[in-house]
Design a protein around this ligand. Structure first.
Ligand code: PHE
Length: 378
């Protein structure tokens, strides 16, 4: 009897030890969500967390993945490189996480990707569009790093072509924040593609992330009076720049990229503007409408692109674990690289650089609403 009890205790202890260190017998698998939940672009992080959680809860409700319940660790990585590095190190080294969904912002995802690549952790960013997130400096692909979104060379091309072909623009002004990988990268692509298509960039000005007063550079725009003013930054900065442009009486059509996507975008200062994005809740495809109703039922709000892509990133990750029959990051990465994922933002397969090939949508700000205008395939 005493021996039996001892054996039972040993077995229980062994099981506890295995599950604590996430070993092969573990009944749970940990996934971290790293996103800016506070600060200047907090709507990005909140939508990202909500979108990813919706997918994860759905999988848990049908029994988890690879026989395991999914356990989530959420960290506020603040859209900043430093906060992202500490959050990534914390979840990997202290929590034992091997799978990361995040970050939103390219400048935060790039340093996370270096840590993930070095430590063999699988990272999938829902929304970071800068090409270098998935690519090493020598041009090789980071084997365990993926994204759920298109990249800025495509987004900038779509914006430039739309300006010229649809709006009939001949001239543009472009503002860029040198210190922000997303803003700088997207601005550079837009300039290159706008000029390649025969347009002329009359004004090109830089600012820094701390700037609050844009009147000096806006005066140059007012004087040059270009057809388009391209502002590829996040909504908080757009609200500032566009508000000051309006005060100055600038009438150029404002254009931007996915960074405009927020319930906190001040539509009154970007009225008549256009921005490229990944997703529109007005898309009538059944997979989109099914997601929109589930999201609305749970959160009482319409999903933005960040929510849709986070839902997709979580789905791609879980489907890959399921297909690999494994929670080993290298095996899951192999399944991801070769899989086909019919997700909300399109049917995804990965190219050699771990970028999905997929369409963009062009949205218009009209009467305070965000209106879907067209879908542009690559
Ligand atoms: N693409 C942006 C970046 O790389 C992030 C973003 C995506 C923001 C979608 C809003 C919507 O930093």
């Amino acid at each position: 009897m005493r021996i039996r009890t001892a054996v039972v205790i040993l077995v229980v202890l062994a099981m506890l030890a295995l599950s604590a260190c996430g070993g092969a017998g573990s009944k749970t698998v940990k996934i971290a969500i790293l996103a800016p939940l506070s600060g200047d672009v907090a709507t990005f992080g909140q939508s990202t967390r909500d979108g990813a959680m919706l997918a994860i809860e759905e999988w848990n409700a049908k029994g988890g993945v690879d026989g395991k319940t999914i356990e989530v660790v959420v960290e506020d990585s603040q859209c900043s490189a430093e906060a992202a590095v500490s959050a990534a190190n914390k979840v990997i080294d202290q929590d034992g996480v091997k799978f990361i969904i995040g970050e939103v912002c390219s400048s935060a995802s790039i340093p996370i990707s270096q840590i993930a690549a070095a430590k063999g952790v699988l990272q999938i960013t829902p929304t970071s569009t800068n090409p270098t997130v998935t690519v090493n400096e020598d041009g090789t692909t980071k084997e365990t790093v993926f994204r759920a979104c298109f990249i800025d060379p495509f987004q900038g091309l779509v914006g430039a072509k739309f300006a010229i072909d649809t709006l009939g623009a001949k001239t543009a002004a472009v503002f860029l924040d040198q210190g922000n990988d997303y803003v700088r990268g997207l601005a550079e692509v837009f300039i290159k593609e706008f000029e390649a298509a025969g347009g002329e960039v009359l004004v090109q000005e830089t600012y820094t992330g701390d700037d609050q007063d844009f009147s000096a550079i806006l005066t140059k725009v007012k004087d040059a009076n270009p057809d388009v003013l391209y502002l590829p930054d996040y909504y908080n900065t757009i609200n500032l720049i566009a508000g000051q442009a309006q005060e100055k009486g600038i009438t150029s059509v404002l254009m931007g990229g996915d960074g405009w996507d927020s319930a906190d975008l001040d539509t009154s200062v970007v009225e008549g503007g256009y921005f490229t994005n990944h997703f529109s809740p007005d898309d009538t495809r059944p997979i989109v409408q099914d997601f929109v109703s589930k999201y609305e039922a749970k959160y009482g709000a319409r999903p933005d692109a960040l929510a849709a892509l986070a839902y997709d990133a979580a789905t791609i990750l879980l489907q890959s674990m399921d297909q690999a029959d494994s929670v080993d990051p290298a095996e899951v990465a192999a399944a991801m690289a070769s899989g086909t994922f019919p997700v909300v933002s399109g049917e995804i397969t990965y190219d050699a650089l771990h970028n999905p090939v997929k369409a963009a949508v062009m949205l218009k700000v009209e009467g305070g609403q965000i209106i879907y205008t067209e879908t542009v395939a690559p």
